[in-house]
Design a protein around this ligand. Structure first.
Ligand code: GTP
Ligand code: MG
Length: 199
C-alpha cells in the first residue's frame, strides 16, 4: 500500500474541516520537534510530503494524508506539543483540538506516540498518554532519532519505555525503534500501521 499513491489531502484547524470518516485513520502525535513529519515522509518514502522544520510548533493543525487511490487509509500528522515558547492560548487550543479528535473520531484506529530516544518519556508525553487512556484510543509508542544515540543507551531507553507502556491501560506493549535518517524500523512501523488499520 505504501508503495502506491500517497498525497496531502488537507489541513484541519478544527474538527469540522476533517474529511468524511470513510476510511481508517492512524494519528502521529508527540512533542514538537520529535520527528513526526520526518517519520511520515520516511514511512511513505515521500520526501517533502509532510513539512519538516527546525522551528518547533510549526504544525498547528491536523494534517491529513491519503494513502492509496482510491484512498484506503489516512495518516494524520498531529500538532506537536510542549515547546518552550508556546503561549498559554496555544496550549489550550491544542488540548481542545486533540481531545475532540481523540474522543470524537470513530475511524481513528490507533495513535502512535513518538518519543525522542535521547529523552525518553517526559511528563508532557504522560499528559497525552492520559488523554489517550481516558479516550480509550489504543496507541503504540515509537522511539525516534535512534541514529542520534549509542546502542547501549538505546537499549536502556527502549527497556524503560516498554516498562512504562505496560503500566498504561490503552498502550500497546510493543515499542518500535526508528530513525528517519537511516530508515531503521520502517518496515515494522508500516506493518504496525496496516495491522492497526486492519488492512
Ligand atoms: P513539529 O511539526 O514542530 O511538531 O515537529 P515534528 O515532530 O514534525 O518534527 P520534524 O519531523 O519536523 O523534525 C524536527 C527536526 O528533527 C528536523 O530538523 C529533522 O530533520 C530532525 N529529525 C527528524 N527525525 C530524525 C531522525 O530520525 N534522525 C535525525 N538525526 N534527525 C531527525
Ligand atoms: Mg511536523
Amino acid at each position: 500500500l505504501f508503495s502506491g499513491p500517497v498525497s496531502f489531502l488537507k489541513s484541519a484547524p478544527e474538527l469540522k474541516f476533517l474529511p468524511d470518516p470513510q476510511v481508517p485513520e492512524i494519528a502521529f502525535a508527540g512533542r514538537s520537534n520529535v520527528g513526526k513529519s520526518s517519520l511520515l515522509n520516511r514511512l511513505t518514502n515521500r520526501n517533502g510530503l509532510a513539512r519538516t522544520s527546525n522551528t518547533p510548533g510549526r504544525t498547528q493543525e491536523l494534517n491529513i494524508f491519503d494513502v492509496g487511490d482510491p484512498v484506503r487509509l489516512r495518516l494524520v500528522d498531529m500538532p506537536g506539543y510542549g515547546f518552550a515558547k508556546a503561549p498559554r492560548e496555544l496550549a489550550k487550543k491544542w488540548r481542545f483540538l486533540v481531545n475532540d479528535y481523540l474522543r470524537g473520531r470513530q475511524v481513528l484506529m490507533r495513535a502512535l506516540v513518538l518519543i525522542d530516544s535521547r529523552h525518553g518519556i517526559k511528563d508532557i508525553d504522560r499528559e497525552l498518554m492520559k488523554m489517550l487512556d481516558d479516550a480509550a484510543v489504543s496507541y503504540g509508542l515509537v522511539l525516534t532519532k535512534a541514529d542520534k544515540i549509542k546502542a547501549s543507551d538505546l537499549a536502556d531507553v527502549t527497556e524503560r519505555t516498554m516498562a512504562e507502556a505496560r503500566t498504561r491501560p490503552a498502550a500497546h506493549p510493543e515499542i518500535v525503534v526508528t530513525s528517519s535518517e537511516t530508515g531503521l524500523g520502517m518496515d515494522r512501523l508500516r506493518a504496525a500501521v496496516l495491522e492497526a488499520a486492519q488492512i
